[in-house]
Design a protein. Structure first.
Length: 442
């Protein structure tokens, strides 16, 4: 029973939050005349001593004490004597742990946001550096149209911005205080929950005592945001893995972010990227696990909810590592512009530019222009060349409305330069987008 019931091995990470909550609680109890001021001062001094001990690694785990709350309370009694018993007036471990966990997740949201901001800044540096570097844009993993590498990297900046907004939303929603709900029904003591909420940085006390002790939406909110962040990191990791293969050759992995083979000395394996990709699946598992735990619980508290913290703690640690690794990789990847441009020029990636030119310059309906362009692509395939290598005579034979002026749009450079619509891939757009994103980050 002791083994299955104890949670100190996990919830010891809440010691700072537990002490903060106790400090705010006893200060309020004294202000309301519920405990003597002298006892409150002794308790506060004892809590400060415990905080110093725990910060120095002095937390000694005892499974007989079950959790971090009883560890703190027991140590407090050893320091200040019977007055320590007044600390638990007008609260329960149910509202206490809910408060501690919210405080921890709120801090975790801020830490994850900082990691996402660092990744976005690294992406912006590389996007600006490669605002004019041409690469193939893909659909279905087939070369579609030429884009710039800077534009491609900026797509992940947008994803990171959405991820940051989700963690900000999670932090905003969780910022209501459970403390004072007691076991589940509130308390008969004349407590001032608003005072305690202000002291702990909450916007307000939670309005329903049953909800206060039984809600773990805030933990699922964090995990949900972590899953989507992991999904985005996994997509970027997968691209790095593909780009580093000889078939693509778009990047060279630095030694710091790759590993060798135990038997093949020529290998440079993208292990860091592969682990980011793999860890994203673990994040999904953590979300699913807690959701499955919570889905069948009637109000109010049940011991199953002790399993709320391991998945959140694990997800936080995994995500911090994934963000740090991805930021390091982005900062140090050696892109290969010549290989990228060659790939962009292959596969008739400027075919859409020819069709657009026919619409714009010759007044051809788009569907007809699409058919004409298809004939031009077939002629290039037969000739074994790219579209811009077809002669003026050949193009005119395909359709008399194609004049030599079309050459202004058939090169990959002309293609990307022409994509000036808002959100487009033109180098000028990329530089403007980098500046706007930096302004938002600031």
């Amino acid at each position: 029973m002791r083994e299955i019931n104890a949670s100190i091995g996990t919830d010891k990470r809440l010691w700072q939050e537990d002490i903060l909550g106790s400090q705010a609680h006893v200060t309020m109890l004294a202000a309301q005349g519920i405990v003597p001021q002298a006892d409150a001062e002794a308790i506060l001094a004892g809590l400060a001593t415990i905080a110093a001990e725990y910060a120095g690694g002095g937390l000694v785990e005892d499974i007989a004490l079950e959790d971090i709350h009883m560890h703190v309370e027991t140590r407090l009694a050893q320091i200040v004597g019977p007055a320590a018993g007044r600390l638990h007036t007008a609260r329960s471990r149910n509202d206490q742990v809910a408060t501690d966990f919210r405080l921890w997740v709120r801090r975790a949201c801020a830490e994850t946001d900082a990691g996402l901001k660092a990744l976005a800044q690294a992406l912006l540096v590389r996007a600006e550096e490669h605002a004019g570097t041409i690469m193939p844009g893909f659909t279905h993993l087939q070369v579609a149209q030429p884009v710039t590498l800077g534009h491609h990297l900026l797509a992940y900046v947008e994803m990171a911005a959405r991820d940051r907004s989700r963690f900000a939303d999670a932090a905003r929603r969780l910022n209501e205080m459970p403390l004072g709900a007691a076991a589940l029904a509130g308390t008969g003591f004349p407590i001032d929950r608003a005072m305690t909420a202000r002291a702990l940085g909450f916007d307000r006390p939670m309005a329903n005592s049953l909800d206060a002790v039984s809600d773990r939406d805030f933990a699922l909110d964090y995990l949900s945001a972590a899953v989507l962040t992991g999904l985005h990191l996994s997509r970027l990791a997968e691209e790095i893995i593909l780009w580093a293969t000889p078939a693509y050759g778009f990047v060279k992995l630095p030694d710091a972010w790759s590993t060798g083979s135990s038997i093949m000395p020529q290998k440079r394996n993208p292990d860091a990227a592969e682990l980011v990709r793999g860890h994203s699946g673990l994040l999904l598992g953590h979300f699913t696990g807690l959701a499955a735990t919570m889905k069948g619980l009637p109000l109010a508290y049940a011991k199953d909810m002790q399993d709320d913290k391991p998945p959140v703690f694990a997800a936080h640690d995994l995500l911090a590592l994934m963000l740090a690794a991805m930021t390091g990789m982005v900062e140090s990847l050696a892109f290969q512009p010549e290989r990228m441009r060659a790939a962009a020029a292959a596969g008739f990636s400027t075919a859409t530019d020819l069709a657009d030119w026919l619409v714009r310059e010759a007044g051809v309906p788009f569907r007809e222009a699409h058919d004409i362009t298809g004939r031009a692509v077939k002629a290039a395939e037969t000739a074994g060349c790219q579209l811009d290598a077809l002669s003026d005579a050949t193009l005119a034979m395909i359709d008399a409305r194609i004049t030599p002026a079309v050459r202004d749009v058939l090169s990959v450079e002309a293609s990307v330069a022409s994509r000036t619509s808002f959100g487009g891939t033109a180098p000028a757009n990329v530089r403007a987008a980098v500046a706007a994103a930096r302004e938002r980050l600031a």
